[in-house]
Design a protein around this ligand. Structure first.
Ligand code: ADP
Length: 297
């Protein structure tokens, strides 16, 4: 089993002629309210890829509707707390050029109490994996409890902030980072060669398996002395939202199914390439059948 202690957001998406200016009141042409959040996206990606995932999260009581896509994909939702607090949410403006501006409010995602986290992790199946992102609070406590319970710890430090540097990253088994996150953790410029980013991270975290995603430039993988590189699929990207989340979910689902590492990377790259070819976050996360078809091409 894989447990994802992850954010659940409501994304409010407004189509606007231009991003709102200071002091301006602007009419929106279109409005959609959809499930979002890196945690929820990764659970969705895992389940659609055929993985078994239990999502642990917190959501405002009136927003239970947002869980429907997770339920439909087969994510186990038994431990979602519906709380009397605003859900985590994002106000997203998208203008005619596809540019966006986002206000993110963590809301219920930042309401985890340490005893609650410890109680959840204490009941995790032996040998399970715990997946974390950086959109919920209590990460240090969750990491410590996971290690004590003997769980495999997978972490995606997104969105990156300073607090990530203070987490016990050396206790992670698997770290998923994009170029920006890798550069921040390694203390190098984002323009550094990917191999330099990877080696700097490997030096800092020698025991951690590293998966460095590089957008259209593919992915680099490092585990002890093993280094693998895989090019991205050549596709026309229309919206890269949730590409990283899709990659992580598909990778972990393949790993859970016992695939070798190259297969995990291949399936994840194919899933993420499908994701970037469709607009939106949740709707663009592919199912296993679509990934099989893309790999068979
Ligand atoms: P994030 O979304 O976290 O910033 P990346 O931009 O590194 O992560 O993208 C994650 C993965 O998605 C990449 O490793 C790649 O497999 C896939 N991907 C992203 N952008 C493209 C693209 N333009 N073409 C093909 N695949 C892409």
């Amino acid at each position: 089993m894989l447990y994802n202690l992850g954010s659940i957001n409501i994304d409010h998406v407004y189509r606007v002629p231009h991003l709102v200016r200071p002091g301006e009141t602007l009419a929106s042409r279109d409005y959609q309210r959809v499930l979002g959040g890196k945690g929820a996206n990764q659970s969705l990606a895992l389940a659609r890829a055929g993985g078994r995932v239990t999502h642990w999260g917190r959501l405002g009581r009136s927003d239970a509707w947002a869980l429907a896509p997770l339920e439909e994909a087969g994510v186990a939702l038994g431990d979602i707390a519906l709380v009397d607090a605003p859900s985590g949410h994002a106000l997203i403006q998208v203008d005619d050029d596809g540019e966006n501006a986002i206000i993110l409010y963590p809301g219920a995602n930042h309401g985890f109490a340490t005893p609650t986290l410890e109680a959840l992790i204490a009941k995790a199946e032996a040998g399970a994996t715990l997946l974390l992102q950086n959109e919920c609070n209590g990460l240090a406590a969750a990491m410590a409890a996971a290690k004590q319970r003997g769980l495999t710890l997978a972490f995606n430090p997104a969105p990156m902030d300073q607090a990530v540097g203070e987490l016990p990253l050396e206790s992670c088994d698997l770290l998923f980072v994009n170029r920006g996150e890798a550069a921040a953790l390694a203390g190098l410029a984002e323009t550094s060669p990917a191999s330099a980013l990877l080696e700097a991270l490997a030096e800092r975290l020698p025991e951690v398996t590293l998966v460095l995603t590089l957008g259209a430039d593919g992915v680099h993988y490092r585990h002890q002395e093993t280094r693998l590189r895989l090019a991205a699929h050549r596709v026309e990207a229309v919206d890269t939202t949730a590409a990283g989340d899709t990659f992580i979910g598909a990778f972990l689902a393949a790993r859970q199914a016992g695939a070798d590492i190259e297969t995990c990377l291949r399936r994840a790259s194919a899933a993420a390439a499908l994701c970037v070819q469709a607009p939106g976050a949740a709707p663009s996360i592919p199912w296993a059948e679509a990934v099989d078809a893309a790999l068979a091409e």
